[in-house]
Unconditional design. Structure first.
Lengths: 173, 459
């Protein structure tokens, strides 16, 4: 990513940014990413991202938890050390439901969250590129990589201004 | 076009902008601790030290420092445990259930409520460890391979379910809380310099607020809420199984799971109410935690209080209807026996007093709300005391009948949990943002006076 030149459009309002993204992409400009202080609904769609499917991770980890819990209770209670309590079943299914449920939730929640951290490259040592520090405060920021676009710096800058950007800055990364 | 319902009350007052939100909330994290904070924090630490000395004495001397006897083998320990776990339900409830129901007013209180949940669950767990008597053997409750022969824990026991339920609930609550904190930690990082930037930078794990990350983040939050909702219901259900699966008259009832869950929501909301009423004044957050929030919390307190009231009456009816003499006696003994005062304290605090909230004037009175929240939690403590002690103190054998009197050990170990709870809460409120900035900003537009021209469209 060395020596990449970015144009950073700063917007004051989330809806303006959303419309700007639609307009600018319509002009054939490739957007690097939009940074906002809170989630703007529909922004991922406007940027052409696919629907987030974190549920898949949650399901896979959850089903792993279910299987592990069943295996644990079945093996310990039914195989390794069966206890005879008045001739009852060694492995009565209903009494294992709480354990199975809890482990399912535990693995689904942690598995999904760590998948999310991994996918977004989030970790205590990760060094993020921050295009404008105000993007976690009150500004809505659009970053455009000039090297990946055919239009010139001036043209894109003009487009950003026209679609409502209050400032357009240049940032080299 | 931005559509806003004209009937909705504004959630954030005095025309705050996005930047105002950041400033108002970050102020107490970035500034020096105030004098008030130092005083209350100092008191909490002293209480904690006093309690910690007694907890140490409990471990050193044994459970003889408590007032337990041959007949009453569980008293304040498990009462306190159930009480704290119940309080610990509100955080996840506010974040998860209200998120699923799209209740926007939760955004101002969810952060503090979740933090409170975590600390309350730690307090609850401390009583479990204490009542073991030999806390260094606490790991016996886990299914670990061991050298004592391959003896495993008994998965048929509700006490083992409890270990799994509480630890899962604690871990998932911490995760939910932390994930909610990430964007706000990034906000603090981007405003800070020096050591603070490094610390909050590491905690913010490189969050930038990119659109793809936000989309996934929202998805993760929603699924976590979906997972936490049955989880929070399961935890108190399983706590109630500790009693309901036994054969003690007064405990052996099928109504326990829903009744315990309703009671948990009831006491948890009361505790959140108490903490937020203090926090909003100390940190000058009156524009974020408004009368509307207080009133909505009171409505939920009234609802759950009434559910609990119906459960009390149902229990009595079922005991009478069952025709089981022991069951009937257990309930008559509760209301008229030697511990009648605890039963009527519970009835007054939990069932009668919240009914005052049917009046709008009462519901929107800050002082009354605060006092009522304290009353509710006193009532909920007595509820657990009534269930546990009055069911035990007169058992099947009249020669064993006895009375329970707490000793210094019982009282001081309970004080310990308060010391820990408030010390942890004050540390949290100083070093982390007490209100979820990102979420408040996201509801600002639909619920602030800042955008009158957009409101006019629909009004």
């Amino acid at each position: 990513m060395a020596d990449s030149k970015y144009l950073v459009g700063v917007f004051d309002d989330g809806d303006e940014l959303l419309h700007a993204v639609e307009d600018i992409r319509h002009q054939g400009v490739k957007i690097h990413e939009a940074y906002t202080p809170f989630a703007i609904h529909g922004l991922d769609k406007a940027l052409g991202y696919s629907f987030p499917r974190m549920g898949v991770a949650a399901f896979l980890f959850g089903i792993t938890g279910t299987c592990c819990a069943l295996l644990l209770t079945f093996w310990t209670m039914g195989v390794d050390w069966p206890i005879n309590v008045g001739g009852k079943n060694f492995f009565p299914f209903p009494t294992n439901i709480p354990i199975v449920f809890e482990l399912t939730v535990l693995l689904a929640a942690f598995g999904m969250s760590f998948t999310f951290f991994f996918m977004e490259d989030l970790g205590p040592t990760s060094k993020p590129i921050i295009f404008d520090v105000r993007s976690t405060d009150d500004k809505f920021v659009l970053a455009i990589n000039l090297a990946k676009n055919k239009l010139s710096e001036n043209e894109i800058s003009k487009l950003l201004k026209e679609s409502g950007a209050s400032e357009v800055n240049v940032k080299e990364v | 076009m931005h559509v806003v319902s004209p009937i909705r009350e504004t959630l954030v007052l005095n025309g705050k902008t996005y930047h105002d939100v950041t400033e108002d909330i970050c102020k107490q994290v970035e500034g020096k601790p105030t004098k008030e904070w130092k005083i209350v924090f100092g008191i909490s630490v002293l209480v904690l030290l006093y309690g910690a000395a007694w907890v140490f004495w409990t471990w050193w001397e044994g459970l003889g420092v408590w007032g337990l006897n041959k007949t009453v083998g569980w008293a304040w320990d498990i009462t306190n445990f159930v009480w704290w776990v119940g309080i610990g339900h509100a955080g996840t409830l506010i974040s998860a259930v209200l998120l699923l129901f799209r209740q926007k007013w939760r955004t101002s209180i969810n952060r503090a409520a979740e933090a409170m949940t975590i600390f309350a669950v730690i307090c609850a767990a401390s009583f479990i460890v204490m009542h073991m008597g030999r806390p260094w053997l606490a790991y016996f409750a886990l299914p670990l391979p061991n050298t004592f022969g391959s003896l495993w824990v008994n998965f048929n026991s509700p006490l083992v379910w409890d270990v799994f339920a509480i630890s899962t609930y604690f871990s998932v609550s911490c995760l939910f809380w932390y994930i909610g904190l990430i964007p706000d930690l990034a906000t603090i990082r981007d405003r800070a310099t020096g050591t603070r930037k490094k610390v909050y930078g590491a905690l913010a794990i490189g969050w930038t607020g990119g659109a793809r990350a936000w989309a996934r983040y929202e998805d993760v939050s929603l699924i976590l809420a979906g997972l936490s909702t049955p989880l929070v219901l399961s935890v108190h259900t399983i706590v109630s199984f500790d009693f309901a699966t036994s054969v003690i008259p007064g405990w052996h009832t099928t109504i326990f799971p829903p009744y315990f869950v309703a009671g948990a929501i009831f006491s948890g909301f009361a505790m959140v109410q108490n903490l937020m009423l203090v926090t909003r004044v100390v940190y000058k957050l009156e524009d974020y935690v408004t009368l509307e929030h207080i009133s909505l919390m009171n409505k939920i307190i009234t609802l759950t209080g009434s559910v609990v009231g119906i459960a009390y009456i149902t229990e009595f009816f079922i005991a009478a209807y069952s025709g089981v003499e022991y069951e009937q006696y257990a309930f008559i003994n509760r209301a008229t026996g030697p511990l009648w005062w605890s039963y009527w304290a519970m009835m007054t605090c939990n069932v009668l007093s919240p009914q005052l909230f049917w009046f709008k004037k009462v519901r929107e009175n800050i002082l009354v709300s605060f006092v009522m929240a304290v009353v509710v939690n006193i009532g909920m403590w007595f509820e657990r005391f009534v269930i546990i002690v009055t069911s035990l103190h007169r058992d099947y054998l009249p020669s064993s009948w006895t009375y329970f009197t707490p000793r210094m050990g019982d009282i001081s170990d309970y004080i310990f949990s308060f010391g820990f709870f408030f010390t942890a809460f004050f540390l949290f409120s100083k070093f982390l943002p007490v209100i979820n900035m990102a979420e408040v900003k996201s509801v600002l537009k639909s619920s602030s006076e800042k955008y009158p021209e957009k409101k006019k469209v629909t009004a």
